[in-house]
Design a protein around this ligand. Sequence first.
Ligand code: NAD
Ligand code: TYD
Length: 338
Amino acid sequence: MTYLITGGAGFIGGNFVHYMASKNAKIVVLDKLTYAGNLETLEPVRDKITFVKADICDRNAIDRIFEEHKPDVVVNFAAESHVDRSIDNPGVFLQTNVIGAQVLMDACRKHAPDGLGIRFHQVGTDEVYGDLPLDRPDLLFTEDTPLHTSSPYSASKAAADLLALAYHRTYKLPVTISRCSNNYGPYHFPEKLIPLMIANALSGKSLPVYGKGENVRDWLYVEDHCKAIDLILERGKIGEVYNIGGHNEMRNIDIVRLILAELGKPESLIAYVADRAGHDLRYAIDPSKIGALGWLPQTPFSVGIKKTVAWYLENRSWWERIVTGEYREYYARMYGER
Ligand code: NAD
Ligand code: TYD
């Protein structure tokens, strides 16, 4: 089996590549290496994978890659993923997250050896369901919760999910979709809440908390997400959506305080800043459908956050080189001459 993993130089895709490489899967990583893609993330598994630099929106390049590598399974992590950037500039989100997904699914149809279509898994987000009220802890997102997006990011992800379901219904393309809650763990780009707060605290910078810090997210250790996707690839029902979540709801301010305590830094570093426009209040997942396939989150937050903080302490050069912009020179140095 050859797995084509798009967006594999990013946070979750990179962790998935590590996970699948540990199972000795044959892996082709395809990534455009935007600001969020970092080949240093793939350095530990470099000998076990093939890397191709390409844009999922580039139909000719995608056709060539499918012809050359003949994937049996495509897992699409490639996306613009940061809500704040989508508020600033929505266009690239629609391009990559919607048109890119379409180009990949067209290639899955066109290059299928049996004419039925190459297996396609779309990595989605719980943000497609919009948000839940803070005072109704009984409410959770199920796969049947109506889509009700708040940001250009989540709207683009919802469009991709609907397109994947349409390709299944119309063309019988064998697709599955997962919708996961907020991930955390190693190789997380330091623009998202947890790695940004760790990096800022270690650099003695202030920690910008949006609004009052009362918004709630359902945090899942990234390795648990990778295992869930692998399980859906093996046992998931074609044409179905699976929610993935950690049953671990936390307020942003409590996460920030926990990180400061873990690092022995003072709470005086916290700076309350203007709220995000359209800021979703609460996300919370009901993961019973994937639970029925045999999946359960294995890493409690108390353990995962310690592992994550330790990783950022031990791998300072990885995130410091991102903060300084130096990581972008890596590709030119390692691949420029090849
Ligand atoms: P990320 O921003 O860390 O990584 C995205 C990767 O995609 C980068 O390597 C980037 O270079 C690549 N990429 C971007 N545009 C591309 C293009 N046009 N062609 C090829 N490659 C391109 O994102 P992430 O946090 O790892 O998220 C991965 C996926 O998981 C996304 O689809 C995201 O919507 C979804 N997701 C993320 C979370 C989370 O908490 N981070 C939660 C649920 C779902
Ligand atoms: P983020 O990591 O951007 O993920 P998402 O918006 O996709 O859930 O943000 C997580 C939460 O943290 C969200 O409620 C916004 C908040 N946040 C801050 O308070 N300060 C920050 O600097 C960032 C990046 C996020």
